[in-house]
Design a protein around this ligand. Structure first.
Ligand code: G4F
Length: 346
């Protein structure tokens, strides 16, 4: 007699073509999960990151606007997924100041939509993961020797952070009121070669590689003394998987616990590319020149300054490390090097 063992679990990922969605799909495909990916409606499917990882034809695509309740409910009832990872978001903080309506629609309504569907269809076996964010804490910790933990208050300072906090509370509400398995990962910044170039790390890498090899234009940055706790997206999606393996739903902080400034990030990239960077001037007049070619590499632009900046966003992930046995494989330096090497090879 043979025992048939199901070799995969049905998993629905929203935002599958984002940096995290693509790495998560790759991670779960390796573990033999069956992946359904929600893509926005449009004439051509946007799946370039999935193509880069060569997993584009291992995914079943569903076309749906996440704020359309009926379509989403139809898909969820049809697939009856074991897992739903909600990674779709308007995730660019600066844009959220310019378009708070759109930010709220995607970042809040979609979550409500999924949770309501799970409640109404009574799909109790389905585990739900919500991508929460360190941005929800704002500038709550002023002392830069201190790490942010779950006992700190939330003090969001951007429309993006407020929308994410709304959803974070919504997840807890559904977990406590309806007994749904709904967890969150409060992830600090995480980067990779798949990062979109509106974010500062990828913007710097892409620009300096272009300046080095293609005579590209001068880099324009905002506040280069802002600092972030930067990890690697591949490590962070592994934490999502571990969060969903837990018996009970909960909230976890995922972070490296180390802070690096944008200036420091820029310097590492410039030096790796054999520039000899030197900063001259102050404030909005500060520039960086390459001492070999005397070319201006970077200048400051007011355009990229935020209405409200965060200064000490550094997280304490000790609970995740202990309970989930999560341990990042990448160091900061290794991550930056991978981003530059990949950019050069493209
Ligand atoms: O790369 P960023 O745009 O990322 P930000 O705002 O920290 O948000 C990212 O991480 C969050 C997790 O904590 C996520 F929730 C969010 O969705 C996103 O993934 O900016 C990083 C820092 C900021 O302090 C910004 O002011 O870099 C500073 N910066 C300086 N010049 C710049 C620039 N940021 C961008 N995007 N472009 C600049 O020219």
């Amino acid at each position: 007699t043979y025992v048939v063992i199901a070799s995969f679990y049905e998993t629905l990922i929203t935002g599958i073509n984002g940096q995290d969605g693509a790495y998560l799909a790759q991670n779960l495909i390796q573990k033999n999960f069956k992946i359904f990916g929600i893509l926005r409606r449009g004439s051509t499917p946007k799946n370039e990151r999935l193509l880069k990882l060569k997993i584009h034809n291992k995914i079943e695509y569903l076309r749906c606007d996440l704020t359309e309740h009926q379509t989403l409910q139809y898909y969820i009832e049809k697939i009856k997924p074991n897992y739903i990872y909600n990674l779709a978001a308007q995730s660019f903080v600066q844009y959220s100041f310019e378009n708070p309506f759109n930010t709220f629609k995607v970042n809040f309504e979609a979550v409500l939509n999924i949770l309501e569907t799970l409640r109404k269809t009574n799909l109790k076996k389905c585990k739900f993961y919500q991508a929460s964010t360190s941005e929800m804490f704002g500038n709550v910790v002023k002392n830069n020797n201190k790490l942010i933990n779950l006992n700190n208050r939330f003090e969001p300072v951007s429309p993006y952070a407020v929308s994410k906090l709304f959803s974070h509370h919504l997840v807890k509400l559904y977990r406590d009121s309806y007994n749904l398995y709904a967890s969150t990962g409060i992830l600090f910044n995480h980067e990779s070669p798949l990062r979109g170039n509106e974010f500062v790390t990828k913007k710097i890498v892409e620009n300096l590689v272009n300046q080095k090899f293609k005579n590209g234009p001068v880099l324009q940055l905002g506040n280069i003394d802002a600092a972030r706790d930067w990890g690697h997206a591949k490590d962070y999606v592994e934490s999502m998987v571990k969060i969903m393996e837990q018996k009970k739903p909960d909230d976890y902080i995922i972070a490296s616990g180390k802070l690096h400034s944008v200036r420091e990030f820029f310097l590492i990239v410039a030096k790796y590319l054999d520039f000899q960077p030197k900063f001259i001037g102050k404030g909005f007049n500060e520039i960086c020149i390459d001492q070999i070619s005397k070319k201006v590499l970077m200048k400051i632009s007011k355009r990229y300054y935020r209405d409200n900046e965060l200064f000490n966003l550094k997280g304490d992930s000790s609970i995740a490390r202990k309970k989930l046995k999560w341990k990042p494989k990448y160091t900061f330096k290794k991550m930056v090097k991978e981003m530059i090497d990949t950019e050069i090879d493209q």
